[in-house]
Design a protein around this ligand. Structure first.
Ligand SMILES: Cc1ncc(C[n+]2csc(CCOP(=O)(O)OP(=O)(O)O)c2C)c(N)n1
Ligand SMILES: CC(=O)[C@@H](O)[C@H](O)COP(=O)(O)O
Ligand SMILES: [Mg+2]
Length: 641
């Protein structure tokens, strides 16, 4: 990599010739395939923005000028050009984040991986530049997929209203989210893509007319002044121009010279301007280009030559859900499915194949998905909206005020619930069982294994007068965890072996195997434990309080924030029932978790069997008066915050 290794920062790009820039682009592609095949990551998106990122950093002066990335999964090239070329531990503990990271570089701003926010950020920074009279540019890169998110349009509405506030929007149009981007916007972008760019037409006309004696120049000035009429005739700018945004494009997103010319003109424009770039997701890497599903949007470790996965994972939670959905779809014609641009990642691809007319991809529009689901339920069908837990955060109000308030029978299936790890703080599904606790009427299930996913999904879709939620983890689903008894609606997973047990251990969802391990460790300390799985964690089962009362201490363990989670809800239920058995809740501490493997994160926050068993042993010891009264129990520190 003779050129890439010489790039220590963006300004090192300035001295390269066009030929060298093209060579650098090739070196970067080779680097990306080699590095990401070893670690896994967002290979396809980054292969598509190599030339675009080079051109951006040649035209704009980061970090003085702010180069912002929507979702941030396509920022690997940006990292390579801003002094970060060790990708050996990408997305791993202590290695580079898979997204921009302010801790890594002054060139990075937006760290969260939640789509459609970049234009809002850009609007705010541009306003700050104006207020502080700062001589700096803001350039926001947004994908065609992210542009289907409502927040992008809220921002555009504001940006378009400030005609003299410089802001450059680069639409990275590769015609895909994971799958081909859907909706009216995608269709509009297609018309812009397929018509001869007005700018190119104008450039060519200018060239011809400037060579035309006498009438040439005046004619060009007339044409150039023709403005919208001519533009719409030559290349329908439509929506963006109608919004009042200057539109430049479409530009070949792999032609560095054309990109630099367009970006330089946009930079000089002095107001909001859209540069519409046409790129190819997975460019330059045949296995990605041939991947019809998602062009290697996010890959695990792969063989670089073939693109084939190195480690194929066994049955995962997602596929268990997907298969049951197909069965349900056959049994009930009123069941429909919704995805927010993630059909395959959430496991609805098989349902879509079987029932193409009963699945809706709404684009990256979770809020719309929830409201549309309320409409679908009101219309007499039962929608199942499958979404990553962390992405439902943005649709909280819609779940509350559209679905729950109207008692709509909508089922939300939350994949990637709990600690996911390698995608960093914004991807952990650690808030759903807290924020959804406050939704009146909503019922929330946390299945512990594949059988329970199937059973609880069926129980959920049988509810037609309230929102139901089924949440499960990322990745491989563990072995079946059988019940050995039943109390109310709850499964007993381990009997205490005595009529006066010490601990009631409430195991939530996928942590059941760990909770059984905790009980075994406690038994070695002579501590008797009942392990119970509530199955439906909201509302708290009526049998919980009486069951708790038969124990000396209650311990709850959940793969969700400790704050306002299942433990809090159970504590409140015990108080309401006048049961004052001490309770200690274990969960995720209320802080943002740096990227690392799931196991490393769980160990770091103390959500492991040995950690919890040690703390519970201390609790019981205090109860035994070895260290004073039961009240001393409260002095035991919760899991490390
Ligand atoms: C709110 C939200 N929903 C879903 C996702 C998952 N997601 C990550 S990237 C992506 C597709 C983005 O498409 P686009 O913006 O066109 O970028 P590209 O990958 O094509 O460069 C999606 C749906 C997300 N990050 N945030
Ligand atoms: C950037 C984004 O939101 C997705 O691409 C996400 O990174 C995929 O996560 P999984 O790998 O868990 O499907
Ligand atoms: Mg795209």
């Amino acid at each position: 990599m003779p050129l890439l290794t010489r790039i220590r920062g963006p300004r090192d790009l300035d001295r390269l010739s066009l030929e060298e820039l093209d060579q650098l682009a090739e070196e970067i592609r080779t680097f990306l395939v080699d590095a990401v095949s070893k670690t896994g990551g967002h290979l396809g998106p980054n292969l598509g923005v190599v030339e675009l990122t080079i051109a951006l950093h040649r035209v704009f002066e980061s970090p003085k000028d702010k180069v912002l990335w929507d979702t941030g999964h396509q920022s690997y090239v940006h990292k390579l050009l801003t002094g970060r070329q060790d990708f050996s531990r990408l997305k791993m503990k202590g290695g580079l984040s898979g997204y921009p990271s302010q801790a890594e570089s002054e060139h990075d701003v937006i760290e969260n991986s939640h789509a459609s926010t970049v234009l809002g950020w850009a609007d705010g920074i541009a306003k700050a530049n104006e207020v502080l009279d700062r001589d700096a540019h803001v350039v926001a890169v947004i994908g065609d997929g992210a542009l289907t998110g409502g927040m992008a349009w809220e921002a555009l509405n504001n940006i378009a209203d400030a005609k003299d506030r410089p802001l450059v929007i680069v639409v990275n149009d590769n015609e895909r989210s994971y799958a081909p981007t859907i909706g009216g916007l995608a269709n509009h972008l297609a018309t812009l893509r397929t018509t001869e760019g007005y700018e190119r037409f104008l450039a060519r006309t200018k060239e011809v007319l400037e060579r035309t004696p006498v009438v040439g120049k005046p004619l060009f000035d007339t044409l150039h002044g023709a403005k919208k009429g001519l533009k719409d005739f030559i290349a329908p700018q439509g929506m963006f121009e109608d919004l009042g945004l200057k539109y430049v494009g479409p530009i070949d997103g792999h032609d560095i010279e054309a990109l630099e010319s367009a970006l330089a003109r946009a930079k000089r424009f002095g107001g909001p301007v859209i540069v519409h770039c046409l790129t190819e997701k997975g460019r330059g890497y045949q296995p990605a280009l041939q991947d019809e599903a998602d062009r290697f949007h996010a890959v695990g470790r792969i063989h670089p030559d073939t693109g084939l996965p190195i480690a194929s994972s066994g049955a995962d939670w997602t596929s268990v859900f997907g298969e049951e959905m197909v069965k349900l779809g056959k049994e009930r014609e009123d069941i429909v499915a919704i995805t927010a641009a993630m059909l395959q990642p959430v496991g609805l691809d098989r349902f879509a194949k079987a029932f193409p007319e009963r699945v809706y991809d709404v684009g990256i529009a979770e809020q719309h998905a929830a409201v549309s689901a309320a409409g679908l339920a009101t219309g007499g069908v039962h929608p199942v909206f499958a979404v990553y837990a962390t992405f439902l955060n943005r649709a909280f109000d819609q779940v509350l005020m559209d679905v729950a308030l109207h008692k709509c029978g909508v089922t939300f299936v939350l994949d990637r619930a709990g600690v996911t790890g390698t995608d960093g703080a914004s991807h952990n599904g650690m808030w759903d069982m807290s924020i959804l606790q406050v939704v009146p009427g909503l019922r929330l299930a946390a299945p512990r294994d594949a059988d329970q996913v199937r059973a609880q999904l069926r129980e959920a879709v049988a509810v037609d007068d309230a929102p139901t939620v089924v949440r499960f983890s990322k990745g491989a689903v563990g072995p079946a965890v059988p019940a050995v008894g039943r109390v109310g609606g709850m499964d007993v997973l381990r009997q205490p072996g005595t009529d006066t047990p010490d601990v009631l251990l409430v195991s939530v969802g996928a942590l059941a195997p760990m909770c059984l391990e905790i009980a075994a460790l406690l038994e070695k300390q002579g501590i008797t434990t009942t392990v119970v799985d509530p199955r439906w964690v909201k509302p708290v089962d009526e049998a919980m309080a009486p069951l708790a009362e038969r124990h000396r201490v209650v311990v709850t363990v959940e793969d969700n924030s400790r704050v306002g989670g299942v433990g809090s809800a159970i504590a409140q239920a015990l108080r309401d029932a006048g049961v004052d058995v001490p309770l200690r809740d274990f969960g995720i501490p209320p802080r943002f978790l740096d990227h690392a493997s799931r196991a490393e994160v769980m160990a770091e926050i103390g959500l492991t069997a040995p950690d919890i068993a040690r703390q519970v042993t201390g609790l019981v010891a205090k109860l035994d008066g070895k260290y004073g009264t039961a009240a001393a129990v409260d002095s035991v520190q919760p899991a490390r915050d």
